[in-house]
Write a protein that binds this ligand. Structure first.
Ligand SMILES: Cc1cc2nc3c(=O)[nH]c(=O)nc-3n(C[C@H](O)[C@H](O)[C@H](O)COP(=O)(O)O)c2cc1C
Length: 185
């Protein structure tokens, strides 16, 4: 099983990144995507692909292959002005026409220092995943309010409830993958 984890925050001490790192510590089948900030800006003029061949920028090709060869994705986003981050939206724009997310199980997390846990960005991201026809359900959605009280300076999760929530989310994602594989085998 292979799961790709994408943080929508480029910040070095990002709580969203720390959450994905914690998931990676729980399960080595989770790989963290590192190139979000290096992707070119989406431009339809350089989005050159067919079903057979992809002549889009190299990092875009790599992202698409990475997702295509993953059984599921976990995206953890910050909330900036009630929205997901621009870099995350940019990456998702590259995936609209190439369809790697179609039927792919996706877990959506938002972590914020606010008491709302980035719920508005979370909603936006869930809506985008539905537009891209990824597989999502309410058990694959998590908001993390007051992340600064749950994650320490070193990026370690110090909140037992959050660790449990992440465990439940991960198990649900794995069950979704298994259900999907059983359906198609
Ligand atoms: C420009 C900017 C806008 C923000 N807007 C919101 C917001 O609308 N809602 C919210 O809950 N937090 C907002 N925040 C706080 C971020 O959610 C918080 O800093 C969070 O920790 C960022 O995620 P990260 O730790 O993964 O980088 C904002 C932060 C910045 C820098």
């Amino acid at each position: 099983m292979k799961i790709l984890a994408i943080s929508g925050s480029l910040r070095e001490k990002s709580y969203n990144k720390a959450i994905l790192q914690a998931l990676n510590d729980m399960d080595s089948s989770i790989n963290i995507y590192e190139d979000l900030g290096n992707l070119p800006f989406f431009n339809p003029d350089i989005n050159n692909h067919t079903l057979e061949k992809d002549d889009s920028p190299l990092l875009v090709q790599e992202l698409r292959k990475n997702i295509a060869f993953s059984d599921a994705i976990i995206i953890s986003t910050p909330e900036y002005a009630f929205e997901i981050s621009g870099v995350l939206k940019n990456a998702l724009d590259w995936l609209v026409s190439s369809a790697e997310i179609v039927n792919k199980p996706v877990a959506v997390i938002s972590a914020s220092t606010s008491a709302m846990g980035g719920d508005k960005a979370n909603e936006v991201l869930v809506k985008l995943i539905k537009v891209l026809t990824g597989t999502i359900n309410e058990k694959l959605i998590l908001t993390v309010p007051k992340a600064n009280r749950k994650i320490d300076d070193k990026g370690h999760i110090v909140d037992k409830v959050l660790l449990k929530e992440l465990n439940i989310l991960l198990n649900e994602l794995k069950s979704t993958i298994k259900r999907k594989n059983n359906k198609f085998n």
